[in-house]
Design a protein around this ligand. Structure first.
Ligand code: ARG
Length: 577
């Protein structure tokens, strides 16, 4: 049970004893921490419903409240708020705060995140998808859900046909292009990763400029999807080259998928899904294409149909997403599927979710598009490199690592540690800066990438938290004696205990709302409370044995809780700086 749940249950009993609905007893952190620790606003709503005076009703609830061991203070404030403060002794035993929240209804989840595309450079949308998705995977898993993270590679679209036709134009004599060849084909790829990465922009530009060239790409896409052996073999090489490189980048970013499935994996299901939909009258032909209508009478905006197969017979993004859902139902059997994908794809997912619901494949209310805003550059447009190009994850990681290194030097940190450790610390600080900035901005907002602010050791930043963690560890390393029973005396100890005791609530909120920034706020509040405690109270050099043991126990609890939060957010942390 979380602290707020526990307090709400106590207040709820008092409301029930006063003849009111226990649900009115919901307790929250006080809006004004200078006036109270917690508050319950239920008397206002209860009084409104019962047409009574709220202050009088609040008093009748307090008369029934039987919790003198819990609350040191209960008071009615303003129009009928109930303000509450906890006894230090009651709080102290809840200050450990090492446990997050456990969900009462354990579910099996698939989280579809990352979504990188074969041979295409990652753009900022992919960066956020990876960082937020990884954190949501950890947050849900820690709550007890069984969670499967799937990268859902973009490996089946037009870009594959563009690449195949590009190579065919450049090197028509390769065995893959012999239309009669059935294989086997060479085991080694005919090109390198660098070739592949260079080929993609060339192919995509050529297709934009030249309609005939674009036609070749479409034909190649269709032939690939129809199973032409040489194209399939070539495609496999492209995917393998790309995935090997992606794995290295994602590992540096602390992102790790359970499944590396792609759009292509669901492709074999498409013919039978099409037959099923057609038989049931759900697949209609329109201008030579096969579509599924998803509009509803009460729609406020236009809701175009899904294009299941285009007029040239090729399947695209809609169909592979429908088929992927069917595939997951069969092979994984999840209770829910969560998609951590750019806000720009909201219409796409709404269409797909409606289509699978209409077909009876999976319920719409168990499909969640957890969309996110854009990481912008200072011009307010999606972040680009200085040259105006798309972000390459590798370059981006290098950029923040360099900046982090400069920051360490500026702050006189990690001095004299030797080159290997300094480099490792700089990388961790850089990645933590980048990830914390991304996670602490509410998922649904856009934000501006400000490398100076994000890498600063002051303010609500990853480096600040890393530093706080390292400092607590160094304090603990210096302290003699073990942690003992927590006893609260100083106000800074009380505030720190209150912060610690809020962890499970923060975890629950972040889980239920699918918003990792709630945990970032909590972590920042905890680190700040520790700083004040550290400034006001002696720890390692406290003379009184019992007081020292209590303070060591508080510091240990902070260190343990920060570690858990870092794990939930997917932040790396050096042990010293
Ligand atoms: N590859 C896609 C893109 O770059 C993202 C995939 C998201 N997941 C999905 N099931 N559609 O836009």
């Amino acid at each position: 049970m979380t602290l707020l749940d526990e307090l709400s249950a106590i207040l709820g009993e008092a409301f029930a004893a006063a003849g009111l609905d226990a649900a009115y007893g919901r307790v929250a952190r006080a809006d004004r921490p200078d006036l109270a620790q917690f508050q319950c606003n239920g008397a206002l709503a209860a009084a409104k419903a019962a047409k009574q005076n709220p202050r009088a009703l609040a008093q009748s609830v307090l008369d029934k409240l039987d919790a003198s061991d819990v609350f040191s203070e209960t008071a009615i404030a303003g129009p009928g708020f109930i303000n509450l403060a906890l006894h230090d002794a009651w709080l102290a035993v809840r200050a450990d705060g090492r446990n997050g929240w456990r969900s009462p209804s354990l579910e099996k989840l698939v989280i579809d995140y990352g979504g990188p595309n074969v041979a295409k450079p990652l753009h900022v949308g992919h960066l956020r998808a990876a960082i937020i998705g990884e954190s949501l995977k950890r947050i849900t898993r820690a709550a007890g859900d069984e969670v499967i993270g799937d990268a859902h590679l973009g490996d089946w679209g037009l870009q594959m046909g563009q690449l195949i036709s590009e190579l065919e134009l450049r090197e028509p004599d390769l065995p893959y292009f012999d239309i009669d060849a059935q294989g086997p084909f060479p085991a080694d790829p005919p090109i390198t990763l660098a070739d592949l990465e260079a080929m993609y922009p060339a192919a995509s530009a050529a297709c934009k400029e030249d309609e005939a060239r674009a036609g070749l790409a479409r034909e190649a896409t269709k032939a690939l999807q129809d199973g032409r052996p040489g194209y399939r073999a070539l495609w496999r090489h492209f995917v393998d080259l790309s995935v090997a490189a992606m794995k290295v980048d994602y590992a540096d970013l602390g992102v790790d998928f359970d499944l590396w499935n792609g759009e292509a994996d669901a492709d074999p299901l498409i013919p039978e899904i099409a037959d099923d939909l057609r038989d049931r009258g759900l697949l209609e032909t329109s201008d030579g294409a096969e579509i599924i209508r998803v509009a509803r009478d009460d729609d406020k905006k236009e809701m175009p149909p899904i294009i299941f197969r285009n007029s040239r017979g090729a399947v695209g993004y809609h169909a592979t997403d429908v088929a992927t859902i069917v595939d997951r139902v069969r092979n994984i059997g999840p209770d829910r599927m969560l998609y951590v994908v750019d806000a720009r794809q909201r219409l796409h997912f709404e269409q797909v979710f409606r289509a699978v619901d209409r077909a009876g494949y999976f319920r719409e209310d168990r499909l969640e598009h957890l969309w996110f805003g854009t990481m912008n550059g200072e011009d307010g447009k999606p972040f680009k490199t200085r040259e105006g190009g798309t972000l390459k994850l590798r370059d981006f990681i290098d950029m923040v690592t360099d900046k982090a290194r400069a920051r360490l030097v500026e702050n006189g940190l990690a001095e004299g540690y030797g080159e290997a450790e300094t480099a490792e610390i700089a990388q961790k600080v850089g990645i933590a800066a980048l990830k914390f900035a991304d996670l602490s901005n509410p998922r649904t907002s856009d934000y501006i990438f400000d490398i100076d602010r994000f890498t600063s050791f002051e303010g609500k930043t990853g480096p600040y938290l890393l530093y706080a963690r390292a400092r607590i560890r160094s304090v603990l390393a210096k302290a003699t004696g073990a942690g003992g029973v927590i006893a609260i005396a100083a106000p800074e100890e009380r505030d720190l205990a209150l912060a610690l005791a809020g962890f499970a609530d923060a975890h629950r909120d972040a889980y239920q709302k699918r918003l990792p920034h709630i945990l970032c706020e909590h972590a920042f509040g905890l680190a700040q409370a520790f700083s004040k405690f550290y400034a006001a109270c002696r720890i390692a050099d406290e003379a009184d044995d019992e007081v020292r043991a209590s303070r060591i126990a508080l510091a240990e609890a902070v260190a343990a809780q920060l570690d858990m939060i870092f794990d939930l957010l997917g932040l790396p942390a050096p042990n010293r700086m």
